[in-house]
Design a protein around this ligand. Sequence first.
Ligand code: GDP
Ligand code: MG
Length: 193
Amino acid sequence: MTYPIGYRESYFKICIIGDGGVGKTSLRERLLGEDFESTYLLTIGADFATYETEIENQQFKFQIWDLAGQQRFNVVRSIYYRGSHGAILVFDQSRPESFSNLEEWKNEMYTHVGRKIPFIVLGNKSDLKNRIDQVALQEFIEKSENEFSFLNVPFTIPYLNTSARTSYNVEEAFTALAHTIRDFILATENRVI
Ligand code: GDP
Ligand code: MG
């Protein structure tokens, strides 16, 4: 099942990716609370929750997927990524290797989704000591933006410092995601959603 990006209801499947322990589940819980219906978690090792936001009179319904624990089964990964419209790449600012691994996560995502989809990058745990290499971060963002050169318009990938502990920038991250997806659809399909 693949549906075109930005189909009528403006319903977007979003996957959150990054190393274990970077705070993916915490970020989602910050936004949505911990008590959402957990339907699939035990069965397939992934789950999703719905979040709605509005920017400039446009309603966005995000179906936010979260992959639990060990990502051992390829079938789970396929289900997880399939039909995604956008992604949130997360690393832990206190663990530089979680940043280095983002490239691999991104490649895996592109392989499973089968095309380049827009995403944002979050440096989570900003309440802890920030040891991330800002030059490497900038290079990663620029390199990723170059992958969207097929759009024929400049495409920006937002980066935000976040903290699931203090809520810092969590809502802002999802607003940035909405902007990014809207820009992407405008650039690829030349239409306003
Ligand atoms: P996931 O494996 O990526 O889903 O990571 P979790 O959301 O399960 O978080 C892993 C651990 O990091 C937990 O102990 C969280 O409480 C902690 N954590 C998550 N986000 C933050 C944050 O922004 N700051 C701090 N200090 N700890 C966090
Ligand atoms: Mg988790």
